[in-house]
Design a protein around this ligand. Structure first.
Ligand SMILES: Nc1ncnc2c1ncn2[C@@H]1O[C@H](COP(=O)(O)OP(=O)(O)O)[C@@H](O)[C@H]1O
Ligand SMILES: [Mg+2]
Length: 252
């Protein structure tokens, strides 16, 4: 799997939220996307996942253009994501929220599931067991039956990660996965991200916790005012004067 962005721009009226971004993300890589608030990070993820279309440039997955495809097609090609503003079904259980994420991989058509024919019912049960295993993986085995709204913020974020992983993505895209988490929770998300990469999946991650980014990422791309101002290993990024000036030096 290679995700490749080339000269990608997106304007909102006069604002160039993303301006001529070029970078690649490869299998097994944890790729950090950092930059100050308003730098264009979320917009870039929205372009990759198809919620927005670029005004310029191309986005390719394994050499195939995906920047004109709708989100569900891009998801079916193996890109799944979480959101900066959590998007769970508040009244559904954690497990049911994760089951929703598996639909991409399931075979029984909707009408068969509706009629609960035996094959569909078996699949339903398998989906539920897989969802519970996925929740256990993010440390929420005991919380699987609870409604999403009754979970803490950090737990809701972990349900989102479990949901994104449920479709066995080739590229997992995370928008500030540790926001609102305590240090212990954040560290466990860090470990999970490394595990996911070890399975050969790629991870593209927006993260504000600089220490976590430095520990976790193989490569980092830095955005400022929509532009890529630096890219490299954590060591290279940490020494880059433009990055220090724009981001690392401002106390965040
Ligand atoms: N839907 C939108 N309409 C208009 N402006 C937007 C929209 N989404 C983002 N922007 C603007 O684009 C810029 C980048 O925003 P965003 O991608 O959310 O940054 P980040 O995630 O790095 O904080 C900001 O100036 C923001 O106000
Ligand atoms: Mg954002």
């Amino acid at each position: 799997m290679t995700l490749s962005l080339s000269g990608v721009s997106r304007a909102f009226g006069g604002v160039r939220a993303v301006d001529d971004a070029t970078f690649t993300v490869a299998d097994g890589e944890v790729h950090g996307l950092i930059g100050p608030n308003g730098a264009g990070k979320t917009t870039l993820l929205n372009l990759i996942s198809g919620l927005l279309q670029p005004t310029d440039g191309t986005i390719e997955l394994d050499g195939r253009r995906i920047d004109r495809l709708p989100p569900h097609r891009i998801a079916a090609l193996g890109i799944s994501r979480t959101y900066q503003n959590i998007r769970l079904f508040a009244g559904l259980s954690a497990a049911d929220n994760v089951v929703v994420g598996q639909h991409l991989r399931r075979h029984a058509p909707f009408w068969r599931r509706l009629l609960l024919l035996p094959a569909a019912r078996r699949e339903e049960r398998a989906a539920r067991e897989a969802a519970e295993a996925g929740l256990a993986r993010v440390g929420l085995r005991e919380r699987a039956r609870l409604q999403a709204f009754s979970l803490s913020y950090g737990e809701q974020r972990r349900v989102e990660i479990a949901r994104a992983l449920a479709s066995q993505p080739r590229l997992l895209v995370l928008d500030e996965p540790t926001a609102g988490m305590n240090p212990g929770e954040a560290a466990s998300v860090g470990r999970l991200v490394r595990e996911v990469a070890k399975e050969g999946r790629a991870v593209l991650l927006i993260e504000h916790n600089v220490r976590l980014v430095m520990e976790l990422c193989d490569r980092i791309t830095v955005l400022n005012f929509g532009k890529v101002i630096a890219r490299g290993t954590p060591q290279e990024i940490g020494k880059d004067p433009a990055v220090v000036a724009a981001y690392l030096g401002d106390g965040t």
